[in-house]
Design a protein around this ligand. Sequence first.
Ligand code: B3K
Ligand code: ZN
Length: 860
Amino acid sequence: PPEIRRSDYAPFPWLVPTTRLEFELGLERTRVTARLDVERNPVAAVSPTIRLNGDGLELASLTCDGGEPEGRMMDGDDLLVTLSGDRHVLEIVTEIDPSANSQLMGLYASGGMLCTQCEAEGFRRITFFPDRPDVLSTYSVRMSGAKAQFPVLLCNGNRVDSGESADGGDHWAEWHDPWPKPSYLFALVAGDLVARSDSFTTMGGRDVELNVYVRDGDLDRTEHAMESLKRSMKWDEEVFGREYDLDLFNIVAVSDFNMGAMENKGLNIFNTKYVLADTETATDGDYDGIEGVIGHEYFHNWSGNRVTCRDWFQLSLKEGFTVLRDQLFSADMGSEPVKRIEDVRILRGVQFPEDSGPLAHPIRPDSYREISNFYTATVYNKGAEVIRMMRTMAGEKAFRRGTDLYFKRHDGEAATCEDFVRAMEDGTGLDLEQFRLWYSQAGTPKVAATLSHDGDVATLKLTQTVPPTPGQPDKKPMPIPFRVALFDRKAGTHSGEQLLVLDRASAEFTFEGFAHKPVLSINRGFSAPVSIERDVSREELVFLAARDDDPFARYEAMQELMTGYLVGSVSGDLDESESEAARGDIAEALKAVVEDDQLDDLMRGELLMMPSQSYIGEQMLVADPGAIHVAREALKTDLGTRLGEALHRLYDRAAQVPFSLDAEAKGARKIKTLVLSYAAASDPAKAAELAASQYDRADNMTDRQGALMVLAGLDSAERTARLLDFYNRYRGNALVVDKWFALQASSLHPQVVAHVEALRSHPDFNLRNPNRVRSLYMAFAANPAGFHAADGAGYRMIADLVLELDPINAQTAARFVPSLGRWRRIEEKRAAMMRDALERIARAPKLSRDTFEQVTRSLG
Ligand code: B3K
Ligand code: ZN
């Protein structure tokens, strides 16, 4: 497959002002008639042909201006038509079989209904079309089909007409979307659905009808989604001044979906996982996830749809910005510090490893073979961090001037990241010349920070290095904004936070008026997505963990205390007395957190959480997953033992809090399961008993799943009985059965590999349903104890899965490759087996473009 380059961009020679589509719907046979008005694009090079992209399509008929076109030919899957005039009407008929579409791109069948997924390049699986985001067109759609099978017919925009056939067997609907859009935002749904309906009045007084469509029987699990939608609409008006622009907003939940959801204009299509919730079946995390994704897709109406992307290299223009918008929304709806910590955990747990591995790429990539492979944590989450840094440097007010200008300037256009940065410069007054490096350079900057003290002057020396990444051996220094405070260690306070921007390889900053050496609090709020090596004593970390008034910095001090110890202990750098002293300090710091009555439980839970195995591995050049696992579990055992009583008191207190969805009750639930997991390491028998009782008494899914998660890792009688009970209780509810698979695949149980192998043959396992595949295998690939099993069985299992899944669903298959691609950072025995697994995939005779690209880059 060819490599597509950002530098090769050229405007499309043709405009398509209007598109009329007619769908004669059937699960096994759908006939699509497309009528395109095309005219020459005055700002593009003149071309004698028009390229209409296709992907596996059969052309049934083609006319140009009602007759035979002057010329036509196939170029691979694309159709080239000769056009000699300035304006033409093309009519294209294709026939497709949605039931055979297991890739879930284009028009496909899911549980008896029809739906679409067109981003990034799915529309070309429906009809021949210039399937690129810079071709904007106004769509009118007529859809018809059997009334009994497809009682509900939905499309983008507004429904303008409908009716039925003389015998009443078929019916039809006509839809018109007044907003010009690229083909990737097209959507259609036909099926037997019911809706929760509501309305929202916008700030300009427009009454918008809102519907959340689900399968019959799921209606009473849609309240939270609807409430989240209304909150999103209100928030975007208040915080970004963005108003909704149609009279109708529909959300449809489908159970077969490649990712979370899709922002199609006026017709968002969602994975059921991000719509359905009630307290019996959804955890607190599920509730938060729904609110965040509903917000994200809604916010795309402006950042994505009204202003879209010129080409797919600009993906972060809409995704990075929209992730930032959904993060700010969720922070406003709940606990801001806890949301920030969660977002940083995702960034460091997923994006940092990506940025330091073979798949590293800038947030605005320079080339790709398959664009689906670039819907990454780098484009999304690092992209959000980059925009967040501009907001930090500009301040909230000026940032809003920048976003207002961006929307005003580019409304109705297909824009670039450069357009965004320029609007930010013009709106805020910032000079972002050097800052643009954040768009072009990959790799996580490392910053060394040392604080010295002389007389009454403290000097902070900062030195940055941006590591080499594939294709980018040499890097330039980037501007890195640090929120910093210097604490007086006696008073325990500081005299104000400052923003320092490190924009050279190395710089010194001085601070006067310190009789004693202060304690440095740096990268407060995680103001820059970098990793910091600071010269800090354990005593200072204990101080910050207890006293820092920035919640993130406090969390960070706690993490650093534990990470420092674990890295030292795995590398054999600590002797017994140093180890003992470190563990003692960690335990004291945790105890202070347990007993600090100023803390709410949601935040307390963050401070008590151990760093993840992958985060610890990331701190080492070459990691031994087995050794890290052992060290981490040993620390958990030690802490659980030392803090036993304090933790159990905390548990008993939390257990008194009755169920509700408010922050206090959510915090109590978080604490309970956290205490159980420490107990599982220090006193497994007691933990099993406590977890079993939490499970049995649970009146909500958070408590039940938390208890079962702990039990799943223990070899006890309680385990088997509760796992069986859970399955029997919820069989038939796909989203909960997904949890049942995931709990077992992510467990600490020594037999986890065998468990996953057995679950593969379970009658409820289904390779065609991405949620089910992810629930078993993504959970497993993220479970270091299983995936990194010393004999390589975990690697072989993932390679087998990729090979089997690739012909069925390439996008989902390719998402499993990066876990094996980490081999260079893993000790040599395992690394060799990981490479073997990758090579075995690479040797397969017919790989998808998706998997081929990921495997080649991972081996390269
Ligand atoms: N824009 C879609 C992602 C589409 C992924 C296609 N492989 C969802 C989102 O980010 O909101
Ligand atoms: Zn998005």
